[in-house]
Design a binder for this molecule. Structure first.
Ligand code: URP
Ligand code: ZN
Ligand code: ZN
Ligand code: ZN
Length: 470
């Protein structure tokens, strides 16, 4: 099956040019002016950008958390992702202490099987280290192509691991070619502050933010970076929310440590004052780390622009306001943490970033797709428009104006964190490996067509992706 996309403007992390793109058997096979092949289908993309499909490094689909389960599963979540211009996600596979890691991976395969409409991979949580875990990690890298491992420094008595676990995971990752990811907040200090707030009768959503101040994120980020430096290993800090943590990452990179940082759209456009919305609506804005004072937004934008932060994750973790966020009405510590973003990540970033002149269009592609594919062993299969790459392509109208709303989004959740926000730009059609998933703003994909992605080892790539060290 051959398709030809004509007259679009191809945008990559380095270039922007008008060209036709030929697709054969799911791959891009030619890019050039006035291509005239014998094809089954010609798609006119005049006036639109052709972006490589977004790569979202951070999702939690059908994840048990906070006494409930996230409301988007691999079907609704990946459909929403596709509507939003994302064609690859990497979801976090949770593990249980004392159980073989491969059991948890099996659980995640079962959750995703016959559901995903775009390609997906898994990161694996490491909650403890012992001989069994250390023996299993190389097997999992080899057999499952899982080349990134996540350690939580927060959520005491739930996911939190100790420093020995983090350090030994870093050493193992270095040896076997994997990337260690951290949720960097000091869980012990947070636990103390939360208990104290509740004892003092402070139960409203705003206390979620006040009991997780920037210092606890900065401290944990700095600690993780130091341990990565000591292990001479590679570290990726997820959901960086504030200046304090950005400074720690910049400082580590200045020393030559292999440390990268991700931020999320919510930290770029929302702020701590949202947690004070009346009638418990603040619960909709409960993330960990929490939304910060507004001035941090400019620091995050500048860090993306200057390369001190490299990627944008959605941290998709949706809970309905009714019945789920409401679990914390009497006690902010029982509000399930997280929000629905998978659909909005790409366009919101384009609108707030490119349209408002904060980043260039090439930086946009790099941050939302290319750099992530490189860091997580998917480049150049994913993350670019090039001959030989998968035909994961977003046909994007850069001038279409619209309003974000729960009325029109496709996530399986009863509110939008960006309700009423006006943005410019929309993915009109989205192809995954050459097949339309979204066509003229309609879903035309099929659950189960998304492939599980075995990823390459960290640093094992040749030439093109050596820029990962930038
Ligand atoms: O609040 C958040 N970020 N929820 C998702 C879980 C996590 O910590 O990434
Ligand atoms: Zn986290
Ligand atoms: Zn997360
Ligand atoms: Zn298939």
């Amino acid at each position: 099956m051959k398709k030809l996309i004509k007259n679009g403007t191809v945008v990559t992390a380095t270039d922007k040019y008008e060209a036709d793109v030929l697709i054969e058997n799911g791959k891009i096979t030619a890019i050039g002016k006035n291509l005239s092949e014998n094809v089954e289908e010609v798609i006119d993309a005049k006036g639109n950008y052709l972006f490589p499909g977004g790569v979202d490094p951070h999702t939690h689909l059908e994840m048990p958390f906070g006494g409930t389960v996230t409301s988007d599963d691999f079907e609704t979540g990946t459909i929403a992702a596709a509507f939003g211009g994302t064609t690859t996600i990497i979801d976090f596979c949770l593990t249980n202490k004392g159980e073989p890691l491969k059991n948890s991976i099996q659980t995640w395969h079962e959750k995703s099987k016959n559901k995903a409409v775009i390609d997906y991979g898994f990161h694996l949580m490491i909650g403890e280290v012992n001989e069994n875990v250390l023996n299993e990690i190389p097997q999992i890298i080899e057999e499952e192509g899982i080349t990134s491992f996540k350690v939580f420094m927060a959520y005491k008595n739930v996911f939190q691991a100790d420093d020995e676990t983090l350090f030994r995971t870093l050493l193992t990752a270095k040896e076997h070619g994997a990337l260690v990811m951290v949720h960097a907040e000091n869980g012990d200090v947070i636990d103390y502050l939360v208990n104290k707030a509740l004892k003092d009768g402070n139960t409203d959503p705003i206390y979620h933010a006040l009991t997780r101040p920037p210092e606890v994120e900065g401290e944990a980020t700095g600690r993780a970076a130091q341990l990565a430096g000591l292990a001479d290993s590679q570290l990726y800090v997820v959901h960086v929310s504030c200046a304090n943590a950005v400074e720690k990452i910049a400082e580590a990179r200045q020393k030559g440590y292999k440390v990268w940082g991700e931020t999320c759209p919510q930290y770029l456009v929302l702020d701590q004052s949202y947690l004070e919305k009346p009638n418990f609506e603040g619960a909709k804005y409960v993330w960990s780390p929490p939304l910060r004072e507004k001035w941090n937004q400019e620091v995050l934008w500048n860090a993306l622009k200057s390369g001190q932060l490299q990627t944008l994750g959605s941290d998709q973790c949706s809970f309905n306001f009714k019945g789920q966020k409401e679990l914390g009405r009497e006690d902010f510590s029982k509000i399930p943490n997280g929000g629905p973003i998978i659909e909005d990540r790409f366009s919101l970033f384009f609108s707030e970033g490119v349209k408002k002149g904060r980043i260039t269009i090439n930086q946009f592609v790099d941050i939302v797709s290319t750099r992530t594919a490189k860091l997580f062993g998917l480049f150049p299969k994913k993350g670019t428009i090039a001959v030989g790459s998968d035909a994961d392509i977003v046909i994007f109208d850069p001038n279409k104006e619209r309003v974000l709303s729960a009325e029109t989004h496709h996530m399986n959740v009863d509110y939008s964190a960006f309700e009423g926000m006006k943005i410019t730009g929309e993915p009109i059609s989205v192809l995954s490996r050459g097949e339309f998933v979204i066509r003229e703003s309609q879903f035309v994909g099929k659950p189960g067509t998304g492939h599980y992605l075995k990823r390459k080892r960290f640093g094992s790539e040749t030439k093109a992706s050596e820029e990962v060290y930038q």
